[in-house]
Design a protein. Structure first.
Length: 278
């Protein structure tokens, strides 16, 4: 895989977590649409060949709201070779080819990885300038990154996923690529102030010192995210007007106070990533 770790002519943002249900795709599509709305040329890559949440999101968007700007999302093909080793190598080659193709015309590439380990997912992490790992507000999710001592609430030992990212950082260093920026974001937060919530927060603050990551705020648990998916819409689309007049765009939900609060959470998340501005 060493020959695949070489500069990419676009800023690559990979959403990765070997556990499903943490909101990776929701964050990925919202970042994609937000960057597009800000005037950047951005494309997505969906590595979850089975669920294809990111690509299905965009399909729903184009089907139900063709008046909205189109979004390019690629789903790299999978090898049909019988040898697992040869198939893994071809899968990585196909991903690298897809990224090189997109990088010719885009400033940002957003990769949505599946909730499992695979050679392609590891390559996507090694090629990332920015790596984002969303977690649910739970010690079950936190255990993926580090073993927490139940008495001291300190991280005693880094877990296998953190080791995988350390390996990705090594590969980037050997290839003389810029350092990988790793962000851990606690996602799908409840509004209740519970003891468990405070303990998870404390453990994550400890983890960022041990794992050389940055702990940033994510999105709260809100029904609106589940409601937007069938139409392929994001918070960015709510309240938009038609081009040329001030009437609401066709079939878009009305903007509420709750939606405004959710938008601010999204802005805070994107600002915390400190992405390049040019």
């Amino acid at each position: 895989m060493t020959d695949l770790i070489r500069p990419l002519a676009a800023h690559c943002i990979t959403f990765a977590n070997e556990k499903g249900g943490t909101g990776k795709s929701t964050l990925a599509v919202h970042l994609l649409i937000s960057l597009q709305a800000a005037g950047y040329r951005v494309a997505g890559v969906d590595l979850d060949f089975r669920q294809r949440t990111l690509s299905r999101y965009v399909e729903n968007r184009q089907q139900h709201h063709p008046h909205l700007p189109t979004v390019e999302v690629l789903v790299p093909g999978l090898s049909e070779l019988e040898s697992r080793t040869a198939a893994a190598e071809e899968d990585q080659d196909l991903l690298r080819q897809s990224l090189d193709q997109l990088a010719q015309n885009h400033q940002f590439i957003i990769i949505d990885s599946p909730g499992s380990d695979s050679p392609r997912s590891r390559l996507a992490m090694s090629l990332a300038n920015t790596l984002v790992t969303p977690l649910n507000d739970s010690f079950v999710d936190l255990d993926l990154l580090g073993r927490v001592n139940p008495e001291s609430n300190k991280v005693d030992k880094l877990s296998f996923f953190s080791e995988t990212i350390w390996q990705a950082r090594q590969q980037r260093a050997l290839a003389k690529l810029p350092a990988l920026e790793w962000f851990v974001t606690r996602n799908r937060l409840t509004q209740l102030d519970a003891r468990n919530k405070r303990r998870v927060n404390s453990a994550l603050e400890e983890l960022q010192k041990r794992a050389a990551c940055r702990y940033i705020s994510g999105l709260s648990e809100r029904v609106i995210y589940r409601e937007l998916f069938p139409q392929g819409l994001t918070l960015v689309d709510l309240g938009q007007t038609r081009q040329g007049d001030q009437r609401p765009a066709k079939n878009l939900p009305k903007l509420t106070t709750s939606h405004l609060a959710a938008r601010q959470e999204l802005r805070n998340f994107i600002q915390a990533l400190e992405l390049p501005q040019n």
